[in-house]
Every structure is written in C-alpha cells, then in structure tokens.
Design a protein around this ligand. Structure first.
Ligand code: FAD
Length: 436
C-alpha cells in the first residue's frame, strides 16, 4: 500500500497550476443586447459561443464564476471517443433510426473533433492524441468488448482490438485481458482547453462576462431578459449550458435540474513519476479507462504526474482520506511499479448523470435550449454538441442535430434518486471483484 499518501498537505485542482495565465473577463455591469446569450462558460457553452462568433452572430457568455470553474476545468482530461456503458447498438435501440446513427457517428468522431478544434484554433492545452485504451479487467468481459469493437468499427470508428499480450505490453500491467484501442483518443489539460476556448471565442467577438450568476430569466418585447446581480442581457435565444451546476430554489429551469443526477467525482494527481517507471506504463502516452463499474482511469500529465480518480462509495463522509487510501491501493495492484507513490493534489467536480447514459437536448421555452448529461465522458461530447447546437441556432437545419429536442423529463423521486449511484457503488465494486 501507499502509507505516506496522505501525510503531507494536498493541494486543490492540479490543472490551473499547469495551464497558462487565465484571462480576466469583466463582470456584467450594464444592460446589454445580443442575439444569443450562452449561460455557462464550460466546454459546451464556449464551443457554442466560438462557433456562433465565428459565424458573425452577436453572442454573449455569462458565467457565475470564471471559465473552467466547474466540471470542464476539474475533470480527468481523457478525450474519449465513446459513451459510458452504452455501445452503438444500444444508442440506436434507445434513440431510433433517425437520431441513433447520427449520435453514434458524432461519438465515433468526437475525439477527433476535439483535437481538430485544438489544431484549428491553436489552443495551448498540452493536448496529446496518443489514443484511448479501454482494457477488459476480467476475462469474462472479453467477448462483449470484442463485440463492442466490431459494432464501433461498423459505425465508422477507428477502434481496433488488442489481444491480452498486446494490451499488457502497451499498458505495462499484466492484469488486463485484451483492450479496445482507438487512436483518435488522447488527453489534455481540461482547464487549459476551456480557458483557451474562452480566449479564442472572445477574440472572435463573443462578449464574456464572469462572476455574473444568472439569477432569473424574464421576458420583454418577445425576447428573453437574463438577469444577473449587476446587469442584464436581452437576447432572442438562450443556450443554457449549466450542466450539473443547477438545482435548488434558484434553479433557472427546475424540470431540467431534476432530469439528471448530480454526481461528485474526485480526481487525484500524483507526485512526478520517475522517468524509469514512467517508461513502463502506457508506452504510447495513451489515456486509459477500463471496464470496471468503479471506473479505473489513468493518464500522464505533461510534467509526468499520473491523474486518476473515483467516487466515494455510500457517502461523502471522509471522502478524501478514504479515496486517497483506496485509489493508491488500486493503482498499486494494477501497476506494482507504482509502489508507495504519493499524491500531491486532490479535488472534485460535479458530473451530470442521465439514467440511460445518453446526453439530452432540452427545450425549456421557444428558443431556450438546455443541452446536458454528458456523464463522465463529456469533453468530446460537449465539444461536438456545443458546435452542432450553435450551427442549428444559425441555420435551423434539424439535420445537424444528433439528438431530438425534447421537453425536460424529471426523474421520478429525484430527491432520493440523486443518491442512488453512490449507494449502489459498493455493489458495483463487489461485482468488479467477483468477475473472473
Ligand atoms: C471529476 C470529473 C472528472 C471527469 N472526467 C472526464 C474525463 O476524463 N473525460 C471526459 O470526457 N469527461 C470527463 N468528465 C465530464 C466532463 O467534465 C463534463 O461532461 C463537461 O466538462 C461538462 O461541460 P459543460 O460545459 O457542459 O459544463 P460545466 O463545465 O459544468 O460548466 C457549466 C458552467 O455553468 C456555470 N453556471 C451554472 N449555473 C449558472 C448560472 N445560473 N449563471 C451563470 N453561470 C452558471 C458554472 O459556473 C459552470 O462554469 C468528468 C467530470 C467530472 C466532474
């Protein structure tokens, strides 16, 4: 085990320390007018704003804190061309023939969309397109994962199958039984990516306002009026990209807030790993996430740390010390060469989970859209969905949408349902351990 893992003071969120200086955007302190107002400066909202500004639309972004304050600047940075748990066949079964194949294509191309966006706008965010590797942690999962590879291949994805020897060699651990490998995946500094999206969107003409929480949405003259404590924005269209950061009495759209389960996910960054050990793990600098219910994910940072993460089972009580111990032990079981590795950083963020693991595109009112629910694989999905939604707002061509526009459907017994994933995690962990 890693006995010293929590003996020194741990720092919060590693990503800002490794990103360039953040741009300071002003607070909204006037009453302004624009065509589209985006609420929330995460990856989704900023991709939409960038696309809109690039097409000459008058767009303003209004953010409660600063760009990358929430999940977009606090996630693991794995760029994954896949959905959590569901494969292409499930997507078509759930969404039907009109939207299913379109969403599958969007997901298969999702990582490439991220890296192409980074390339096109020269975003400085330590992006590495080293591939995404999704290994089977138990032999009994191999057949199902191979079938998943075939289904993704038929959908046009670049995924291939690595047998046990190939997977073990590439990963540097003999605990895996084969893997899905997609060379279009990779990793980045998510805080840097989001901040850079804000920089470029603002250079292209998007007006970005920080420390300006939207308190309520009113209307006047057939247009929306978005109110913050110190100003307002009148607009024709609202893109509400607030993800898991909503709910409570101040909720802008209560039905949307009850249509997903907010989930607290922790991330940890180790000390810098020695070059000798580093050479033995993920030899192509891939991003790894495996088949466990209690997902095991790992990637290296630009300065040679490992970022991994997990959820606290049952409750948030003593979550950090519990996770420090259990995640250190787990990492060591999979990679014995990481014996006694220490963590320097621990932080958490809020993800939005939908019951079927698919994203949503809600219409709160006419021309008020709320996309969300990218679950734990949101970097690629929010990038693609944000861009597509912006394109729809400009052209009104429904063909560009990979999802139907629907009304929010609140989850039954939401007050209880929001605790279900954490309560069920011990069952998932047990199932992970029993699989052979
Ligand atoms: C810990 C963690 C690890 C993850 N790891 C990965 C990963 O490795 N790979 C991956 O692909 N995905 C990962 N995800 C998921 C991914 O981070 C999210 O799906 C994605 O960042 C969501 O982006 P977003 O723009 O929709 O929302 P957010 O980044 O959550 O942005 C929403 C913004 O809205 C603002 N806001 C909310 N309410 C208001 C208001 N009333 N007024 C103004 N502003 C408001 C918030 O301040 C926030 O900045 C992870 C998530 C978490 C939490």
């Amino acid at each position: 085990m890693a006995p010293q893992a929590h003996r020194h003071a741990l720092r919060q969120n590693y990503w800002p320390t490794a990103a360039g200086a953040a741009i300071a955007f002003p607070r909204l302190d006037a009453d302004i007018d624009c065509d589209v107002v985006v609420i929330g400066a995460g990856i989704m909202g900023l991709n939409a704003a960038l696309e809109l500004a690039g097409r000459g639309v008058s767009v303003a972004v209004v953010e409660a804190e600063h760009p990358a304050a929430a999940a977009s600047g606090r996630n693991g940075g794995l760029v994954v061309p896949s959905l959590p748990r569901v494969g292409p066949l499930d997507v078509v079964r759930l969404l039907g023939d009109r939207y299913g194949p379109e969403l599958v294509r969007l997901v298969a191309d999702g990582a490439q969309t991220v890296f192409s966006t980074i390339e096109r706008h020269q975003l400085k965010c330590d992006a590495v397109q080293g591939g995404w590797i999704n290994p089977a942690h138990a032999g009994e999962l191999v057949e199902g994962l191979q079938a998943r590879v075939s289904a993704w291949q038929r959908a046009g994805s670049r995924a291939t199958w690595l047998n046990a020897a190939e997977a073990r060699q590439r990963i540097g651990s003999d605990t895996f039984h084969g893997a899905l490998y997609d060379p279009s995946g990779g990793h980045l500094n998510p805080f840097g990516y989001t901040q850079e999206l804000a920089r470029v969107a603002s250079e292209k003409g998007a007006r970005i306002f920080c420390e300006s929480p939207v308190l309520r949405v009113g209307s006047g003259g057939g247009r929306y009026v978005v109110h913050t404590p110190t100003g307002s924005i009148t607009a024709n269209t609202i893109l509400q990209c607030t993800n898991a950061m909503q709910g409570g009495p101040q909720s802008l759209a209560p039905a949307v807030a009850r249509s997903f389960v907010p989930l607290t996910v922790f991330q940890l960054a180790t000390q810098v790993i020695s070059a000798d050990v580093r050479r033995t793990i993920l030899k192509g600098n891939e991003a790894l996430s495996d088949t466990r219910n209690n997902l095991f994910a790992l990637r290296f940072t630009a300065d040679g740390r490992i970022v991994t993460g997990g959820m606290a089972p049952v409750s948030q009580w003593m979550a950090e010390p519990r996770l420090l111990r259990s995640l250190a032990r787990r990492m060591e079981r999979i990679f014995p060469q990481l014996y006694e590795v220490k963590f320097d950083f621990i932080w958490s963020g809020g993800a939005a989970l939908t019951p079927d693991f698919l994203p949503r595109l809600f219409e709160v009112g006419k021309n008020w859209f709320a996309p969300l629910g990218c679950n734990g694989r949101g970097i690629a999905m929010t990038t693609s969905l944000g861009q597509r939604l912006a394109s729809y707002v400009v052209d009104r061509d429904p063909e560009v949408l990979p999802l139907p526009i629907t009304s929010a459907a609140p989850i039954k017994a939401h007050t209880f349902a929001r605790y279900v994933p954490q309560l069920l995690l011990p069952v998932g962990i047990l199932q992970d351990a029993m699989r052979r």
